[in-house]
Design a protein around this ligand. Structure first.
Ligand code: PLP
Length: 289
């Protein structure tokens, strides 16, 4: 692991941040999870734009602006040196008083972590992962907007914990109206009547970069798709269900709450997954400049 911290790149076990950093004390900050494929940072500009929008919504200034964040991400990826990597870019409110007041934090802190990619084993992906419906709902936008990828992931962490304690791989999260929002740290897609469906962001989903890529690939492939509110009924009725995220990319779902979902064949998931492979070569910024 390599970490960019306070202007230097250090090995993971040497990276330390002060305990008065409000990212640590209060989850006050934003982050991005990105992938390097073939020495290219996948959809870097989209990640930077989402980071900047999220930071703006929290009145948080990114040190060095977007250009600074871009340079930090590319330098960290280069220092890690692998062709494939997972990158975590973090902007925290920075050090301040022990109280919650963000105005006591004069300078935001930017950190970038590069590490190996960890994904589900092949057999698991073939069988499809197990989902359980979380008893934790996604918070409404006037509580904590799920479109902001903030450092406050307690809602997601508790949903994931509940899923693991119930013997499942991932948590399905509903919004306060009982509609499907997303999984704890991934977006959700379902195929019904040959149409690829995903909940709109307004239902409590992050506007995932992988989600956007899947919708773009579907269009290129002539696969009909739509953003539509979904309930658990739609997943039980679906012929295919999968999750998307930068780390694991496209992950088939095999069961929900102990019941099988989807069929043995997954033609839409397979086509999109295959089309994603060349996409990772064309839609990335070279890390070597
Ligand atoms: C809550 C949540 N939803 C969805 C996603 C997937 O987004 P992306 O494809 O940009 O990684 C993530 C990624 O970490 C996430 O944390």
């Amino acid at each position: 692991m390599k970490v960019w911290l306070d202007g230097r790149i250090v090995p993971g076990d040497e990276a330390r941040i002060p305990v008065t950093d409000h990212g640590f004390l209060y989850g006050d900050g934003v982050f991005e999870g990105m992938r390097v494929y073939h020495r290219r940072l996948f959809r870097l500009e989209d990640h930077l734009e989402r980071l900047a929008t999220a930071a703006r919504s929290l009145a948080l200034d990114i040190p060095g602006g977007i250009a600074g964040a871009r340079e930090v991400a590319l330098q960290t990826a280069r220092a890690f040196g692998r062709d494939e990597a997972y990158l975590r870019l973090i902007v925290s409110r920075g050090e301040g008083a022990l109280g919650v007041d963000p105005t006591t934090c004069p300078t935001a802190r930017i950190v970038c972590i590069a590490d190996e990619v960890r994904i589900y084993p092949e057999e698991k992906l073939r069988a499809g992962i197990s989902l359980v419906t979380s008893s934790w709902r996604r918070p409404p936008a006037d509580v904590l907007d799920p479109r902001v990828k903030s450092l406050n992931y307690l809602n997601n962490a508790l949903a994931k914990l509940e899923a693991r304690q119930r013997g499942a791989d991932e948590a399905l999260m509903l919004n306060d109206r009982g509609q499907i929002a997303e999984a704890a740290v991934a977006n959700l897609f379902a195929v019904r009547d040959d149409v690829l469906l995903t909940p709109p962001a307004i239902d409590g989903a992050l506007e995932g970069i992988t989600r956007r890529s899947v919708l773009e690939l579907a269009e290129r492939l002539g696969q009909p798709s739509a953003e539509r509110s979904l309930g658990r009924f739609d997943l039980f009725a679906a012929s295919e269900v999968f999750l998307t995220g930068s780390g694991a990319r496209i992950v088939p779902v095999g069961s929900l709450d102990g019941r099988r979902v989807g069929g043995e064949e997954r033609p839409v998931t397979d086509r999109i997954s295959q089309a994603f492979v060349p996409f990772t070569k064309e839609a990335g910024t070279p890390i070597d400049g």
